[in-house]
Write a protein that binds this ligand. Structure first.
Ligand SMILES: [Mg+2]
Length: 250
């Protein structure tokens, strides 16, 4: 009978989110960045890692398009070798492009490589695919392989393990963000409720439901610019599920 956020011990119903810019060439990225900024987003997550040689130009192009007041974070999605990662990240640092963090620069299983990169750059390194569950996070902490961890309900299995991951990271001085897969209002609503109740050190990555052309549910969260608005309604505030919509689009 209460909103999930309240069940988890929180009261806030507003959660800021970043928005993702899909991997593309420097010009397309700059165009997309300008659009997202005009829509009210102030934290952009730029997908890189598909072409190490062009990534510095991509970041430069986005920074030039949005100016100094927008935060830029990168997600390499495991795409670089450790050497490429260090070369690209140092290039970004030397160019003064003011990037907030770099997510998953190298292959998820290469924790030695991840630690090697973290040792050699100043930008915070955020582990995503390297950390699904608590054992993964313990290993990252033990090797000092990353500065931050991206906690997702769909990786760790739900709200309880997600809270454990956030607490464990905080206890070891690691930064935290909460993200999602390509989920709709149900999954993103649960993740946003977790953030509202628990808090993280950096802005969440919860834009997935914003991209949906249609949703099988009515009710649930809404977006207002770069803010996820949680409904003040029981659970996730989902009012109805439309079988007809699922049939029509499925
Ligand atoms: Mg990621």
């Amino acid at each position: 009978g209460v909103p999930l956020v309240r069940l988890l011990g929180g009261t806030a119903l507003r959660v800021p989110t970043d928005v993702t810019l899909a991997a593309g060439d420097a010009v397309d990225l700059a165009t997309a960045a300008g659009r997202r900024r005009a829509e009210g987003f102030t934290v952009l997550k730029l997908k890189v890692g598909t072409d190490a040689h062009g990534d510095l130009d991509r970041v430069r192009s986005v920074r030039a398009a949005v100016g100094p007041d927008v935060r830029i974070r990168l997600d390499a999605n495991q795409g670089w070798t450790p050497r490429e990662a260090v070369r690209v990240i140092r290039g970004i640092e030397d160019a003064g492009l003011d990037v907030e963090l770099v997510e998953q620069p190298v292959h998820r299983r290469d924790l030695d490589g991840l630690a090697w990169v973290s040792d050699r750059v100043d930008l915070p390194i955020l582990a995503d695919e390297s950390v699904f569950d608590v054992r993964d996070l313990v290993e990252v902490i033990r090797r000092r392989a990353a500065d931050m961890v991206n906690v997702k309900l769909a990786k760790c299995g739900g709200l309880q393990p997600a809270r454990t991951l956030l607490d464990l990271a905080a206890a070891h001085g690691m930064g935290t963000i909460v993200g999602s897969m390509m989920e709709g209002p149900v999954g993103v609503g649960a993740a946003a409720s977790l953030v509202a109740a628990h808090g993280t050190t950096a802005v969440s990555d919860l834009d997935a439901a914003w991209w949906l052309a249609w949703s099988p549910v009515t009710g649930g969260l809404r977006y207002e610019g770069a803010t996820v608005l949680l409904p003040d309604a029981p659970g996730l505030g989902i009012a109805d599920v439309s079988e007809a919509k699922v049939q029509r689009h499925g």
